[in-house]
Design a protein around this ligand. Sequence first.
Ligand SMILES: Cc1ncc(C[n+]2csc(CCOP(=O)(O)OP(=O)(O)O)c2C)c(N)n1
Ligand SMILES: [Mg+2]
Length: 612
Amino acid sequence: MAKIRLTMAQALVKALAAQKTVIDGETLPLFAGVWAIFGHGNVAGLGEALHGARDVLPTFRAHNEQAMAHAAIAFAKASRRRRMMAVTSSIGPGATNMVTAAAVAHVNRLPLLLLPGDVFAGRRPDPVLQQIEDFGDGTVSANDCFKPVSRYFDRLTRPEQLIPAFERAMAVLTDPTECGPVTLCLCQDVQAEAFDYPEGFFAERIWTPRRQRPDEVELAEAAALLKAAKKPFVVVGGGVLYGEAEAELARFCEAHGLPAAETQAGKSALPFDHPLNLGAIGVTGTGAANAMAGEADVVLAIGTRLQDFTTGSWSLFANPACRIIGLNVQAFDAGKQRAQPLVCDARAGLAELDAALAGHRAPETWTTQAKAAKAGWLATAARYTAAGNEALPSDAQVLGAVQRWSEPSDIVVCAAGGLPGELHKLWQAGAPGGYHMEYGYSCMGYEIAGGLGVKMADPAREVVIMLGDGSYLMMNSEIATSVMLGLKLTIVVLDNRGFGCINRLQGATGGAPFNNLLADSRHETLPAIDFAAHAASLGAVSRKVASLAELDEALRESRTHDRTSVVVIDTDPMISTDAGGHWWDVAVPEISTRAQVTQARQRYDDALKARP
Ligand SMILES: Cc1ncc(C[n+]2csc(CCOP(=O)(O)OP(=O)(O)O)c2C)c(N)n1
Ligand SMILES: [Mg+2]
């Protein structure tokens, strides 16, 4: 076979550009681009290669490696794992800056190709600048930190290793079951070394998502459980969106009279006003969903990891007879908590389960009960999101204002703080994908960079980022990148002057107000941070508003801007929506000199005893 002589970095870039996918009949590059911050570990090798390929594989520059990876992760999530991005850093600090983001992708099962530079394979100049030097192991570099947070990890110490490493990387990135971060560490000297690569390595390859069909026995068992159920219930996870199964899900629930509730990742799969959609489930769930989940005797959990927020730390499904059916592409998830596994793709699995149920319907009383519970919850929720006259609005009231202004095609983005709980309970998501919540790792600082990635995936939709002052301060630099790239974001900052949700959690576990709100933290001067001035300095249009009425006006204005706009509003740190929700297992000290802690421990022990 003909050979093409290239450096390893040139070959990698050429191979990346050759990967394609077909979406709605259009052939698109699988990799929409490469985020890059250069240093000595990647500028000469990979930097040269990316420059040569910039017309077929765009390179984007940002300000923080973690943020670049957040943007790439959000791009993949908003693209429903059908497209992805790569991120490259230098060695040392640039590389380890991406470790947290690798964990975000790992938890959320999202494809992300990380390309950190690495030390010299030839070790000639050791220790090179930023090389950590392990005293006992010559093969270790800082990049070994990626191993536990990568689904596939490799270090390229010879240029020809790229061929098998790339194959394995692609297999993981495109496999719905294995999907997650892949780290290819690129030794600096090896990036620059030339090799005769076979021409076929660069052949165009079209990736189509695999739709695994269910096993016959598992399907029969699952159908039997559902047919026998008196109170069947569906939990809708992110796998429904990744499987592009939202239409099948709606049909399935309607055909069999099944009430459903959504996890953070599954929200927006069913229309919020679908009569069988009871909204959020779990710790941040609606009263309606949680009441029904508490009675359910069979729970069909579709495409969910069943993390503690979904299961109320395994106290939510309180019916002693309750059985779970785990419909999941990944056997690891499908069998959790002694579930009846149904290992398959959501769309393929729902179609076959539908056929196996042969028109069977849940008891009419159960479905009717669900519809009534939903109506009751909507009335309750409306009280929390209505505008009031308080000096400081609650997060829910700000959410209400954003909701009333939003359009069905808008995408709301969030990740950490008190807002994820409020949004999960109260936000009425528009079109599928209109609710983008990173709540697998709930990583503060994901929001703005993530919003940028969402906008790149779906430029026609308005992206609205809601975040707290804490998340904003942790990572805001990509506001400047959004302005530079002409990618408009609307950012609403809820400033409650500290880590409001953790302060409330501290109080609930008996703790003294300590080290969460700025006022309760060691200080000489209480900070008065001007977020609007800060955002303006990064190039955004910005405005601080003094009331919900002014917020309405600022939001209306923001829709007319073509530049990123930031609206800041002060909120009450002490209030959150107390309706709905469920117990969450947060361990309280057994011994304390504080009476409040001892009392909280008593409540905790009682809750542990009450668990099913
Ligand atoms: C990177 C990271 N560090 C710490 C946490 C733990 N944590 C969760 S929410 C939170 C406070 C967030 O503050 P803010 O963004 O102001 O939101 P608020 O709680 O005030 O609504 C903290 C510290 C986290 N989720 N992510
Ligand atoms: Mg805050």
